[in-house]
Design a protein. Structure first.
Length: 199
């Protein structure tokens, strides 16, 4: 376990929030560190993080076991929370300001999943993972693994002629130039304007 400053500032809907308050009185917290491309439109946001976060919809089972969950986003709160709203995500959402990045990531990068423990007024990081370790957030992968054609990714050792459409560099999470999950939101009439320029 590594001790983390419990006062590390995050930005939530009501403004600055210390890390310890994100626990919401619970003893444990799982946080997903979502990548963000500041100033870019919704279509250019991280397709892998969108894939992972889209699967997290019900927190009552975690909460009933004294575990909280939150997304810690790399981008500015106002811009990234518009993306959260566009996607229809309901998980607690916080922005990690620049001065808190080093305190929480310690040289690592966004796109990681972290477990924390609160012991009174102290906070400890107990576990972190990334890459394939994040797959537990997305049951779609486990379900695809049960099908005959699997994930249909190029790395799979599949028989000749079986569909293999995607590499493993993020394209497997996109459809027609956008993170796949965005299309149903657009078809439902949701506004994907993040208040950014179309740079």
């Amino acid at each position: 376990m590594v001790e983390v400053d419990p006062r590390t500032p995050l930005i939530g809907a009501g403004g600055p929030v210390p890390l310890i308050d994100v626990f919401d009185g619970r003893s444990q917290l799982i946080a997903y560190f979502q990548m963000w491309h500041t100033g870019k439109p919704a279509a250019q946001q991280c397709e892998g993080c969108t894939f992972s976060t889209t699967h997290i919809t019900e927190l009552s089972y975690l909460n009933s076991r004294d575990v909280g969950y939150a997304t810690f986003c790399q981008g500015p709160y106002e811009e990234s929370s518009r993306y959260r709203d566009f996607m229809g995500w309901t998980v607690p959402w916080f922005s990690v300001p620049g001065d808190a990045v080093d305190r929480l990531l310690a040289g690592r990068h966004f796109g990681i999943l972290v477990s924390y423990l609160r012991d009174g007024d102290q906070v400890f990081e107990t576990y972190w993972t990334t890459g394939r370790g994040n797959e537990l957030m997305a049951p779609s992968y486990g379900l695809l693994d049960l099908t005959v054609h699997g994930r249909q990714e190029l790395w799979e050792d599949s028989p000749a002629g079986w569909p293999q459409h995607w590499g493993a560099e993020g394209g497997q999470f996109q459809l027609d130039g956008r993170p796949t999950a965005q299309w149903s939101r657009l078809e439902a009439g949701r506004d994907d304007d993040l208040g950014t320029s179309m740079s």
